[in-house]
Design a protein around this ligand. Sequence first.
Ligand SMILES: [Cu+2]
Length: 152
Amino acid sequence: MLKKTWFIALPLALTLAAPCFAADTLTVSQAWARATPPGASTAAAYFIIKNEGATTDSIVGARTSVADDASVHEMKMANGMMQMRAVPKLDIPAKASVTFSPQGYHVMLTGLKAPLKEGSHFKLSLALQRGGSIDVNVDVLGLGATEFSHSH
Ligand SMILES: [Cu+2]
């Protein structure tokens, strides 16, 4: 009798534990940034973030060791001009993905500590509202890059 209870209890415990690992349901791919010319103090990172979970999560912050500050921004057409605004909380809906690109969302890096060099990589950490964070490895592409490409 005791033995039988144990076998029933174990799968249940595993099921209950799963939602604790919120970041596991969010994945980031194709992360890239443009190389920066000498003296530049800002850069932007782009990627695709996918939420395979059943619950909406949100990016509520970002940080990286290559810049003093990192935050989510959005480029938007307003009165015929491209404008940039900060997005303190960006929802990633359940079973959906959000693409960061030069025409839309990006993670703005300000206070760059050194130029981003083509062919290098840097780590970017995205803080999630439901807890935890995602570590992203960002590929630095050429100065003229407009989209992700694998040069390796
Ligand atoms: Cu920006």
